[in-house]
Write a protein that binds this ligand. Structure first.
Ligand code: IMP
Ligand code: MG
Length: 174
């Protein structure tokens, strides 16, 4: 069996979109206490580009989560493997996600963070697969809506591989 990668979004298309999202966030978060909460591991590449496209003082923190049980299907049980390094009370939290798939991870994080009394909580996601939604979540800053295919690259993995691809691709087997 051989594996082949088919490009879905080029590095150039991603860069252009991330810059636009950064500009929008820069406009909307003026005078706020912005904290980017990067959901590991998948979001690290998106977050590193997005934070450099935001021209504001901000803080960055990381949250380790594990949302999948065995396979590629979200279990709905989100385990925090590494919590934030500081409190977020009174701050304007922007959760940075690689992809919103079933929505269960984001829904869980929104519930969790609200108990910590931030001033606001919003979501920035590079990708959204609405076909697979199991709960409705609002993505405030969205890169691209994609069809229901398992994608890799630009931080996203399949069995921990492909995170370093500079573009988003679909793995095809034949
Ligand atoms: P959700 O809870 O189903 O929304 O899942 C969100 C997480 O599942 C993402 O942050 C990814 O880590 C992972 N995920 C969902 N779809 C894909 C995909 O197509 N490729 C790689 N990872 C994915
Ligand atoms: Mg993720």
């Amino acid at each position: 069996m051989s594996e082949r990668l088919v490009t879905m979004l080029t590095a150039e298309a991603i860069a252009e979109r991330v810059k636009a999202l950064g500009a929008l966030i820069t406009e909307e978060y003026k005078e706020q206490r912005l904290v980017l909460v990067v959901v590991l591991k998948g979001s690290f590449v998106f977050a590193s580009d997005l934070c450099r496209a935001i021209d504001l003082p901000l803080r960055i923190d990381f949250l380790g989560v594990r949302s999948y049980g065995e396979g590629t299907e979200s279990s709905g049980v989100v385990q925090i493997t590494n919590d934030l390094s500081r409190p977020i009370a009174g701050e304007d939290v922007l959760i940075v996600e690689d992809i919103v798939d079933t929505g269960l991870t984001i829904a869980h994080l929104m519930d969790l963070f609200r108990t910590r009394h931030p001033r606001s909580v919003k979501v920035a996601a590079l990708l959204h697969k609405p076909a697979r939604a199991r709960v409705v979540v609002k993505v405030d800053y969205l890169g691209f809506t994609i069809e229901d295919k398992f994608v890799v690259g630009y931080g996203l993995d399949f069995a921990e591989q492909y995170r370093n691809l500079p573009y988003i691709g679909v793995v095809e087997r034949s």
